[in-house]
Ligand binder design. Structure first.
Ligand code: SF4
Length: 403
């Protein structure tokens, strides 16, 4: 362990939003003089799916003071990974090894809260009795205090980082939480609750404060950043490529005008509320040349069943507008294959989309029914597992060939 400063480790499962949230948690801990665990080279290449995951988790449990799991519940497999950590913890306990303070956050915890909750907190606690703190999204900013309240590291939280090692040039800024879109397959509106935009002054103050610590690059995070600042009724009137004005554009311009800010990124965007004035802001010099914009399917029928509010045509014309403003813009997207009722023809429409648009990054996943969602209740999961796997491999090959 490193002198006085507590060492933390975060294992992140799931989507870009979780990656962003982990970055945010990391920033908060770094600002409070916690130090991120340095992994040996052979373990730092481990991926969520790849080999070495158990070795990585075991090493991190044995060498950190605070072990954070940022969970995902988009698929059952994602939840099972968390339960798998419990087995490693129990094994280490039996061997009388060091066990850190264990914190569970992310969508599994969010699913137990609020009026949209999907599962009972007691049920989750029963399955994860090795967890010390269940941290919901709203309480992330309080994390150092929560750790302190557990009687650990009191008096250390204001100690100056002895190595100064956590000085970074990049920071994640959460600008909104939750989602009201209710795409039919998605648990996020349940696990992360209602969409709430953070106050503009608070966001700007946080950024200005961070620039004083040397941070120059910012990633603005939210489930659907484009609808930041819009009320519930307003956001459902906005359409892809329309000339409507979105407040997110004003926020981007304000952040852009801060002299110390050098680079701005934002995740995640959806096509349905990507307006032309937002497209135009992509031309501002500090805006990053990578844009993540989830299309999910290349079939209009499937998009409709998914309750997405855009068509393939909307998406194609939006990308064409974006490329006019920023020809160097690299694109990332999310795709689900094997959605209920997806025919071969509909799947091939997604393949066609990949032939028309070059995606530099593509997260392609097989549909997995999630309890509580509209699709779970209304659409039988009728694409056989082997067929989903075949579609995933086929589309992945088409995508890789396009790079
Ligand atoms: S926009 Fe759709 S896919 Fe994205 S978080 Fe909201 S409900 Fe889920």
């Amino acid at each position: 362990m490193n002198g006085n400063a507590p060492i933390y480790f975060i294992r992140t499962y799931g989507c870009q939003a979780n990656t962003a949230d982990s970055g945010y948690i990391s920033d908060i801990l770094n600002r409070n003089n916690f130090i991120e665990l340095e992994l040996p080279n052979e373990l730092s290449v481990s991926t969520e799916e790849g080999c070495g995951e158990k070795e990585l988790l075991t090493y991190a449990l044995e060498h950190s003071n605070i072990f954070i799991i940022n969970s995902c519940c988009v698929r059952q497999k994602s939840e099972d990974k968390v339960y798998g950590i419990g087995k490693i913890v129990k094994d280490l306990k039996q061997k009388n090894k060091h066990i850190p303070l264990i914190i569970l956050t992310g969508c599994m915890v969010g699913s137990t809260k609020g009026e949209r909750k999907r599962i009972d907190a007691k049920e989750l606690e029963g399955k994860t009795d090795w967890v010390d703190i269940y941290l919901d999204h709203e309480s992330v900013a309080m994390l150092p205090e929560l750790i302190k309240s557990k009687g650990l590291y009191s008096g250390m939280l204001n100690v100056k980082n002895p190595s100064g090692k956590n000085k970074r040039s990049h920071s994640y800024i959460n600008i909104s939480t939750g989602c009201d879109n209710f795409c039919s397959y998605c648990v996020v509106p349940y696990s992360r609750g209602k969409e709430v935009s953070r106050d503009e002054r608070e966001i700007i103050n946080e950024i200005v404060k961070l620039t004083k610590d040397g941070v120059t690059d910012f990633t603005l995070c939210g489930q659907n950043v484009n609808s930041w600042g819009l009320n519930y009724d307003e956001k459902f009137k906005i359409r892809a490529g329309s000339s409507e004005h979105v407040p997110f554009v004003d926020l981007l311009k304000k952040i852009h005008s801060i002299p110390e800010v050098k680079k701005i990124d934002f995740i995640s965007s959806n096509p349905f509320d990507f307006t032309i004035d937002l497209v135009k802001t992509l031309g501002m010099p500090k805006i990053s040349n990578y844009l993540h914009i989830a299309v999910q399917s290349g079939s209009n029928e499937i998009l409709k069943k998914m309750n997405r509010r855009h068509t393939v045509k909307d998406f194609l014309s939006l990308i064409s507008e974006i490329k006019k403003i920023r020809p160097d813009m690299e694109l990332g997207t999310d795709i689900i294959v094997g959605f209920p009722g997806e025919t071969e023809k509909q799947f091939m429409e997604t393949v066609d989309l990949f032939k028309k648009i070059k995606f530099n990054v593509a997260f392609i996943s097989k549909y997995s029914p999630r309890k509580g969602t509209f699709a779970y209740k209304n659409y039988p999961d009728d694409v056989p597992r082997e067929e989903k796997s075949r579609r995933l491999s086929y589309l992945t090959k088409i995508w890789k060939d396009s790079l």
